[in-house]
Structures are given as structure tokens and as C-alpha cells.
Design a protein around this ligand. Structure first.
Ligand code: GAF
Length: 386
């Protein structure tokens, strides 16, 4: 991982001509399994990764908010008095949206003072690794501390989601912020998105000689537009036609009735959600009982379901998954919202070079843009850095 700390501090100094009061980080995530289940009140099993956003922040003595980053020369300025979903846009919507959302969740924004913030990140943007949640969660833990809010992490998860939904404009669930805030080293977060109960479960990759390889296809995606919202709408339609408040109220036993009640497309969307919930439960059980070397088939089945039933894969993701598997990965799937972004491949340590080589060759042969590939480790969730 790049060490973003010195550059974050010097970035803050360069832009604001003073010292930050502290540094806070929020990690990106991979989702091991459980895709598009979060907004259906279902199960997810992600982990925070060792790539992260780092924010340097200091309070001011007035009501101004000034936001700068390593991505652009621009400094965005707005008064706390003017902060609303309508008054912020672009990249600054992530940190400013969090400040606004803290107010919506009970912080008295009339009683706090403004801040200067500088944002740095080594989570690739648009790669399906939650670069946005990383910024939101780093900002949320920073403001929670400097504004003395004392919110617990579950509230901060909701703050990040609200910023994303209302300010950025993406109708996403709680998967990404939960991973970024609740993650722990070498473990994944098993989360019930209906009850919000979560359990941190050791992955055991090291002991099993396994690595998780990320294959960033470089096909960029955005959840504020297009397919993500339409998939969410299909799930809501499916639930309504099946007479339940959410698809979580159904299990795979409900598939025969769904097949006779729903049109083919809605049925396949629903089938993905019901089988994916079951795959998350199976993955957690198999991981516990047999170890990570035994979960490959579930990852593969998840990818097939996203490709064929939910139809959120793209040819680059399918090629990455198929090639990684053929070169020795135990299991592989696209991760995140889809329509681009990254695949993950659970791979024996010794086979990582062979898998990378095979994927590079396959992409070149297909005329696709060269992918970026790197191993990720499960890392701790958002917190103060120094
Ligand atoms: C994106 C969203 F932000 C998450 O809430 C989740 O729905 C995911 O896509 C799909 O599982 O990352």
C-alpha cells in the first residue's frame, strides 16, 4: 500500500498554510460475497482492505468549510449555514455530504464550527472498491471526534449512506460503509442488513496459503446513474408482486412460486437475491467448518448468478473471472455493484504470478485495456491515524 500519511499532511499544509489537528483514515473494501443483497435487507460478507482514504483536518474559528484533495487543485468552500444536498456537487459531495448527514442524524450543526480538510486516497476511483465510502467514513470518524458527537459506528454507517443517497445521488445500501467502519485485520464482516447485527469472522487466508487478488478491469462504473438503480427497482417490483415488504422475507424455497408469479426478467433478478443470500450463509458456514480453501465454488456460483440472472457483469469481468480460475484460482467473482469495476480471485500464494500473467495475456488477446492487479489484505476499519 502507498503510505499516504506524509503526503496528506504536506497536502494540508500546502493548501491551508497551517498544521492539521489530526489524520483519520477510511479503508476501501472488497465484498467477498453477497452482492445487491444489502438494499434487500439481506446478508453481506465484505472486508475492509489495506487501501484507504486519509483525511487531514483542522477546525477553524468561523462557519466555513474548505475542502481540498490530492485529486484536483480546486478548493471548494461553503458555509455550514448553506450546506444542503442542493448546494454541493462533484467530488466534494462526499466529505460535505457527510457533514450535512451528521446534522440529519442528530448533530446540532448550528452549534459547531467549520473546518479545513484535505483528502488523499490510494483506493482506485471507479474500480468497485468503494473509494467513495472510504472518503465518507474517514470524514465521518474525523468529524465525530472534532465535533464531539460520540456517535457509534452504526450511526456513522447510516451517515455515510445518507450522504451517498441524498447528496451524491446514488441509491446504495449499507454494504460499503459497514465494511469501511466495522472491518478488522484478517477478518470479514458478516452483516445482516435487516437487523444490523454483525459478526467479525477470521478469514484464515494466511494459514491456508491463500491471497485475494483484485483484478481492476478499468471499466469505470458509477452508481448514481444507470443499471444500479434499475436493478434496485426490479427487486422492489419483485417483492411487491410476491406480496412481501422486502426480498429478505423470501428464501430459496420461495423460488417455485416466484417462477409462476413473476415475468422472466423479474424472476431472474429475484432468484439472484434469494440464492445470493443463501450463498452468503453457506460461505460463512463453510469458512468456519472447512476453511477458506473450500469456499471457491460459492464464489464461482455467485459470479454466474450476477452474470446470468442479475445481468450486472461485463465481458471484461467475465474474462477476468474465467481466466483466473483456469490459471489456478480456487474461486473468482466480480465484486461490488457491477457494470465495470473489479473481480476478485481467491488464489494460492504461489499461483499469483501465473494468474496475473494469464489475465494480462487474455486481456491483450481480447483487445481490452490492460487491467491493474494487486493483492489485498483484510484491514482495520476507519479510525484516527495520528
Ligand atoms: C455498491 C453499493 F454501494 C452497495 O450498497 C451494494 O449494493 C453493492 O454495490 C452491491 O452489492 O457497492
Amino acid at each position: 500500500m502507498n503510505d499516504t500519511t506524509p503526503s496528506t499532511t504536506s497536502g494540508f499544509r500546502d493548501r491551508f498554510d497551517r498544521e492539521p489537528a489530526g489524520l483519520w483514515f477510511g479503508p476501501g473494501r472488497v465484498n467477498l460475497i453477497g452482492e445487491h443483497t444489502d438494499y434487500n435487507d439481506g446478508f453481506v460478507f465484505p472486508f475492509a482492505i489495506n487501501r484507504r482514504a486519509v483525511v487531514a483536518l483542522a477546525l477553524r474559528d468561523d462557519r466555513m468549510l474548505r475542502v481540498a484533495s490530492s485529486f484536483t487543485e480546486e478548493i471548494v468552500e461553503i458555509s455550514l449555514d448553506d450546506l444542503s444536498p442542493e448546494t454541493v456537487s462533484g467530488w466534494s459531495a462526499y466529505p460535505l455530504g457527510v457533514a450535512w448527514a451528521l446534522g440529519q442524524k442528530g448533530a446540532d450543526l448550528s452549534a459547531v464550527i467549520g473546518f479545513d480538510i484535505f483528502i488523499d486516497s490510494d483506493v482506485p476511483i471507479g474500480a468497485g472498491l468503494s473509494s467513495s465510502a472510504a472518503i465518507e467514513c474517514a470524514t465521518a470518524v474525523a468529524l465525530d471526534e472534532v465535533w464531539n458527537l460520540g456517535f457509534d459506528k452504526q450511526v456513522l454507517v447510516r451517515v455515510g449512506q445518507l450522504a451517498e443517497n441524498e447528496v451524491v445521488g446514488a441509491p446504495t445500501g449499507i454494504l460499503d460503509q459497514s465494511a469501511s467502519l466495522l472491518g478488522e485485520t484478517d477478518s470479514a464482516v458478516f452483516l445482516d442488513c435487516r437487523s444490523f447485527e454483525s459478526e467479525v469472522i477470521p478469514l484464515g487466508f494466511d494459514d491456508a496459503g491463500l491471497e485475494l487478488l483484485v483484478i481492476d478491469t478499468k471499466v469505470s462504473h458509477a452508481h448514481a446513474t444507470g443499471g444500479y438503480a434499475s436493478r434496485r427497482a426490479s427487486c422492489e417490483t419483485g417483492a411487491r408482486l410476491m406480496g412481501v415488504s422486502s426480498l429478505r422475507d423470501l428464501t430459496v424455497d420461495g423460488l417455485p412460486r416466484a417462477a409462476t408469479t413473476l415475468d422472466d426478467e423479474t424472476f431472474r433478478r429475484v432468484r439472484h437475491i434469494l440464492t445470493e443470500n443463501q450463498r452468503v450463509l453457506d460461505t460463512v458456514r463453510v469458512l468456519r467448518e472447512e476453511g477458506p480453501g473450500a469456499i471457491g465454488a460459492l464464489l464461482d456460483a455467485s459470479h454466474a448468478s450476477m452474470r446470468d440472472d442479475f445481468e450486472i457483469s461485463v465481458p471484461e469481468l467475465d474474462l477476468a473471472v474465467d481466466t483466473a480460475r483456469a490459471a489456478g484460482a480456487l474461486g473468482a467473482r466480480m465484486t461490488g455493484g457491477g457494470f465495470g469495476g473489479s473481480a476478485i480471485a481467491l488464489t494460492p500464494h504461489a499461483l499469483i504470478p501465473a494468474v496475473q500473467h494469464a489475465v494480462s495475456e487474455a486481456f491483450a488477446a481480447a483487445g481490452f485495456t490492460a487491467p491493474d492487479m494487486f493483492v489485498v489484505r483484510a484491514a482495520a476499519g476507519a479510525a484516527r491515524l495520528s
